[in-house]
Design a protein around this ligand. Sequence first.
Ligand code: NAI
Ligand code: MG
Length: 503
Amino acid sequence: MVTLPNTYTALDARVSAFLAQEQRLLIGGRWLPAHSGETFTTYDPSSGLPLAAVPRAAAADVELAVQAARAAFDSGPWRSGLSPLERARLLWRLADLLEQHAEALAQLEALDNGKPLATARSVDVPLSVDHLRYFSGWANKIEGATIPVNEKNMFAYTVREPIGVCGLIVPWNYPLLMAIWKIAPALAAGNCVILKPAEQTPLSALYLARLFEEAGFPPGVCNVLTGYGEEAGAALVDHHGVDKIGFTGSTEVARAIVKASVSNLKRVSLELGGKSPNIVFADADLEQAIHGATWAIFGNNGQSCTAGARLYIERRVFEDVVEGIAEKTRAITLGAGLDPSPHDLGPVISAEQLARVTGYIEAGLRGGARLVTGGERLGGVLAGGYFLQPTLFIDAHDDLSIVREEIFGPVVCALPFDDPAEVLRRANSSEYGLAAGIWTHDLRKAQRFAAALQAGTVWINTWGNTEAAVPFGGYKQSGHGREMGYDAIQLYTEVKSVWTYYG
Ligand code: NAI
Ligand code: MG
């Protein structure tokens, strides 16, 4: 039985029951321990306390899951028997179930990831529900084209077919939501899926596995394997029976995935990191820009692939804007995921990640950058967790690691600029290209920047918006392919061209 600090919100009865049970993998409609019998522990990053032991899937479990998914895809009812409308209904039913279990899912997310329960309730779970409903709508609208061809008495058309078995490997920053971003379009298009959550946050995926079953997906269509990236994840990527890998995570692992995928040239789509530039012009509504820039980086503790981590501010307003952001940053409150008193942020995900982020802070200081606020780990009642003050730097050179590399924590550098051409060049001089932001009243300037910024998403006088209907993904080393919207359907389908001669 888990023992949590008595200062936490009382657990939902479904969460207590879930945590009291032995956790199993979902493979081919069966609940199985890992073949090896081994488990690993997932921890509450707010307290460092263990939450649950979960199966440590490895190659043998991947083998079983691939067999089950292959059988469901190649000869099961999913592809041939279930109509598109029935697939749509199943996804809608899954969305309804997520809604019915919203509190349990939000609590699991708050426990396993550390984010405030209020955030999990208002962001992670409802966005997951929206996403499922949006892609439920696509299931019976995946159309081909009829194409005029030059040859006489010839007729050509296209159909979009599911790719097959998809291995979906997701990170820990929005565990449920990142899983749903992939599951929803994959299933809408008629694929079978094997979900591999991050080892830091396996719980919401295991809970979701129960909802797959309750929704009535045929056995083998949805499989869930908890395990380490180098074991279960790598085995999925290596497997010849897997037709596609959908991955969100680090650029480093993405490179390993691309290399491993060459054996059977499986399709790979990648949502990776970033070091997104956020540009504040002097003519912006500065109050809006200050608020926006603060949350662009500190939202989800900087643990967002789109974090606005390079903050360029026009020199004539630099001091005012930095002071405004510093004031807002000092007012940010931290607390345990299930701490019932209102707070803005939780801990970073793990001791390892805390060490990584503080390593960057130290490198920044050594490199001559100056701290305006933050930089310290929190002690007192929060000493058991991985709490780090939101951290704002100035006086950082463009070539420092804190300016160039993805930190994935609550750290930002404010950098002054003098003119538009200069800031555009600096904004684009990154190996990443996930997102970018511009704050200005000048619509022409905003549109010129929107056109010239090398980023998959550009936000103008706003930051961080994502919706199921709007494509999302990266330029350059921030990824391959676009999730969300019809682009995601394309990501999970193959196109077949059919020619007919009628002469
Ligand atoms: P990671 O990329 O190692 O983990 C993401 C997922 O990939 C997890 O499910 C993990 O188990 C899996 N994985 C790891 N190695 C694998 C392999 N060889 N084959 C197949 N799957 C594998 O990220 P990690 O280590 O948790 O975080 C390190 C850094 O990565 C962060 O500091 C951040 O910079 C970046 N990151 C970026 C994310 C994003 O959304 N862009 C999400 C998570 C991490
Ligand atoms: Mg955990």
